[in-house]
Design a protein around this ligand. Sequence first.
Ligand code: PMP
Ligand code: GLN
Length: 409
Amino acid sequence: MHAPRELFTATAMAPWWRAAVGANLLGPDGGLGVTIFEEMTTLAVQTGAINLGQGFPDEDGPAEIKAAVQAAVASGANQYAPGKGLLELREAVSAHQQRFYGLSPDPQSEVIITTGATEGIAASLLAFAGPGDEVLTFEPFYDSYGAVIGLTGATHVTVPLLAPEFFPDMAALEAAFSDRTKVVLLNNPHNPTGAVFPREVLQRVVDLARKHDCLIITDEVYEHLTFGVSHIPVASLPGAADRTVSISSAGKTFSFTGWKIGWLSGPEELVSAIRTVKQFLTYSSGTPFQAAIATGLALPDDFYHGIWTTLRHKRDILSEGLRAAGFDVYTPQGTYFVNVDTAPLGIHDSVDLARRLPSLVGVAAIPLPVFCHPQGAERTRSLLRFAFCKKIEVLEEAAARLATLSGKL
Ligand code: PMP
Ligand code: GLN
């Protein structure tokens, strides 16, 4: 028997989920479709454009980590990992926190391995936020935040980040907290703006979280991608440790975004609540990849130093090209994204430009309004994000192509 036809259409999606996940999609029917990253990557592939949209490196990470995954597969590490993740990786996460930040989460009870940072974020929000609660983020915000906050049923409250530095106004930050604030979801270094927040901003968030007795979930996936400024883990700040869940991932640090190995750490009570949710999302994943990332986390300091020095050089090459193309460039202190204002070229709708850019000049990028609610979208209407985690010759070619843009508008 055939199911009613409408079950095969968009309307089959439960309306409140549809509203929740739709906020950051540009789907033709206003709420269904693929993420902006998928849309722009598909467009880049179709047009043969250089893809500076979705953030993924065009070179693999260290050979020894690749060899470690092959060895793990060959040695039979191919069945389910424990729900908490392989002990050797939990130990490596803890040792990494100790080595770089002087933090010492207990690998047995205060660390879990997740399917990328994405699952860590989702499981944490689902564990703590629900209808009637508010979850606070900066705006623009990484796309999965809006969707998952929506899925929890909580209200998403945002604090704008203001160009050129993309720091929040402190009074607006304070005003955004209420007695319904349940979670502050931070992201530092910040995608999409590339901001690295100063200690005063982070400490203010911690103090306000204490005052309003709420939790802090901090997404620090770009922790090793800062350019000459140190990364300050929120969990290391006075007053933070007992209410902070820290999330990170192997994708950015080791250039293996496709492996989807992430982790989180925090106080035992919080981590066990998250684990309860996490086991029903994926239970566990990527056993041999987990083993290999344990090797990666133990790599010597010169590897970690090499990541940001190489990227800083790439940032400078692309930024120079973008400036020469006529954009106003906001130089990032972290991540592998640089944002530009397209207004000097007479462009005021970066969503429209992003859709036309691949066929106009053969480069793909991501418009900032998709990381915002409507008001924030208005504020960021002419801003566009480019990823610079690509080979130098690719960045140079992209710059040469973008230099022709002003003549084609
Ligand atoms: N948070 C931020 C801020 C990101 O930019 C990304 C992805 N690139 C993620 C989370 C997701 O990380 P993962 O691929 O490990 O799930
Ligand atoms: N984090 C990547 C970016 O910001 C995209 C990851 C994804 O496609 N979900 O470009």
